[in-house]
Design a protein around this ligand. Structure first.
Ligand code: UD1
Ligand code: MG
Length: 455
């Protein structure tokens, strides 16, 4: 949208006492992302050059973690109320411009709703987002006289009659900066909480014949604020359900919408199937006909057509070409680069490894810092010993190598093409093309051996 005249002010100085946490409220995550990041994203959509965040509690942590260089950070030393928070920003803003107030703890406000609100920006008046709620508890109530909004009464200050009002203040509003500065002079803290309420400007403006025009959000859930962890998990579930419904409508088979979490973005080809309790994090791409078994976690990875990920596998920062079979219980810890038809089986851990086409490592192995060619068979229990206590060292294995079970490959080491490593071998030196390597271990037989008896 990018409207140069609009300054977006995000209020985030509150401690969030009701979260019962050492972490600032707005850094708690919704679908894997800090709740304030949703608000920042939408603020960027409105005007990426004029975003102000009012911060207070653990502000440095907030700044460091969000790492948003374009944002103007404004400190509110003491949390004296929402008007006091906005007052910290007003000196930086030009009178002929507008101020859009967003809340750091109301993450799901939509572009459409804010566009509608920004369209009613008026001089000598206020644009306010209100909503009708069956459960208005805790919210400011919108008081109207002959349809006209005359004031907002905070829950704590409302009388019995006002508590029955179902129209609530979402807190989100837009007004002219000059007007705002003028109205602000009249705000006091004569109320139950002894705070300077931003909401008081509605009455002050009304008394000066400046009116408030309200609109409703496109969907009610957008205005949900998070004040405690129960509200956070409820919002998480409804947000997840919304995401999953969209994915299913787009053609992905997700066996149980209530047992799937997307914490990032997911792009899918056709006929993808996802079983229960799968978590997708970061940016994930699944090709055509990919099947993901129960309990898998996939993060920041690309998985090619016809791959089959069996249950309880974890794949992170990896790239899989077509027709790979992974799991059950595989761990592609990071930087696995698998060519077509690769098989990784149960209890195999992979880290920083490339495997050529049709190579297999099917049971109980650790492969780290390795380049492995195509048609290689890695027997059960093979370990690349890639760490000398200080450095990570490389193992290189050529095409068509056969590594027998329970072998240790002491890096740095290179095993050339077509070599064979017998079972139980500790490979200490490089192996030449087509060699067989075995450690001579003598097998001794003692006839009619009696095991010791218990004394
Ligand atoms: C506020 C509104 C209420 C509205 C509700 C919607 C006021 C007085 N009340 O109440 O009408 O229905 O939001 O969710 O505005 N903050 C600061 N500095 C402060 C105080 C608050 O930055 O000194 C920030 C908080 O971090 C939070 C936001 O302002 O992001 C709202 O504060 P909160 O205490 O949650 O206000 P509510 O009681 O929810
Ligand atoms: Mg709140």
């Amino acid at each position: 949208m990018q409207n140069n005249l609009i300054n977006v002010v995000i209020l985030a100085a509150g401690k969030g006492t009701r979260m019962c946490s050492d972490i600032p409220k707005v850094l708690h995550t919704l679908a894997g992302k800090p709740i304030i990041s949703y608000v920042i994203d939408i603020a960027k959509y409105i005007n990426e050059k004029k975003i102000y965040i009012v911060y207070g509690f653990k502000g440095n942590l907030l700044k460091r973690q969000l790492n948003e260089p374009l944002i103007n950070w404004v400190l509110q030393n003491e949390q004296l109320g929402t008007a006091n928070a906005v007052a910290q920003v007003l000196p930086y803003l030009k009178d002929n411009e507008y101020i859009l107030v967003l809340y750091g703890d109301v993450p799901l406000i939509s572009k459409d709703t804010l566009e509608n609100l920004c369209n009613i920006k008026i001089k000598n008046g206020i644009g306010l987002l209100t909503a009708i709620s069956d459960n208005p508890n805790g919210y400011g109530r919108i008081v109207r006289k002959n349809e006209v909004i005359t004031e907002i009464i905070e829950h704590e200050d409302a009388n019995f009659h006002q508590l029955n009002i179902k129209e609530i203040n979402t807190g989100i509003m837009i007004a002219n900066v000059g007007d705002m500065k003028y109205w602000f002079k009249k705000i006091d803290n004569n109320n139950t909480k002894k705070e300077y309420y931003l909401t008081d400007i509605i009455k002050i403006a009304y008394q000066k014949h400046c009116f408030t025009k309200s609109i409703c959000p496109v969907e009610l859930y957008e205005i949900t604020g998070i004040n405690n962890k129960l509200q956070l998990v409820h919002l998480e579930r409804s947000y997840q359900l919304k995401q999953v419904q969209k994915l299913i409508i787009d053609g992905i088979t997700i066996r149980d919408p209530n047992r799937f979490d997307l914490r990032g973005t997911l792009k899918c080809g056709v006929d993808v199937e996802i079983d229960i309790n799968v978590i997708i994090e970061g940016n994930v791409v699944l090709g055509n006909r990919v099947k993901i078994g129960a309990g898998c976690i996939i993060k920041d990875s690309y998985i090619g057509d016809d791959c089959h990920i069996y249950p309880y596998s974890i794949i992170k920062n990896s790239k899989l070409s077509i027709r790979c079979n992974i799991g059950p219980f595989s761990h592609l810890r990071m930087k696995a680069n698998l060519k077509r038809d690769v098989c990784i089986g149960n209890f195999v851990e992979i880290k920083d490894v490339s495997l050529g086409s049709s190579s297999k490592t099917k049971h109980l192995s650790y492969l780290g810092n390795s380049e492995i060619g195509s048609n290689v068979n890695i027997g059960a229990g093979t370990i690349t010993c890639n760490y000398d206590g200080t450095n990570k060292l490389k193992t290189i294995i050529g095409n068509n190598v056969f590594v027998g079970s329970d072998s240790q490959l002491i890096a740095p080491v290179t095993i050339a093409e077509n070599a064979t490593i017998a079972a139980g071998t500790t490979v200490l030196k490089d192996v030449k093309d087509a060699d067989l390597v075995l450690n001579i271990k003598k097998q001794i037989h003692k006839k009619h051996w009696k095991r010791p008896l218990k004394k």
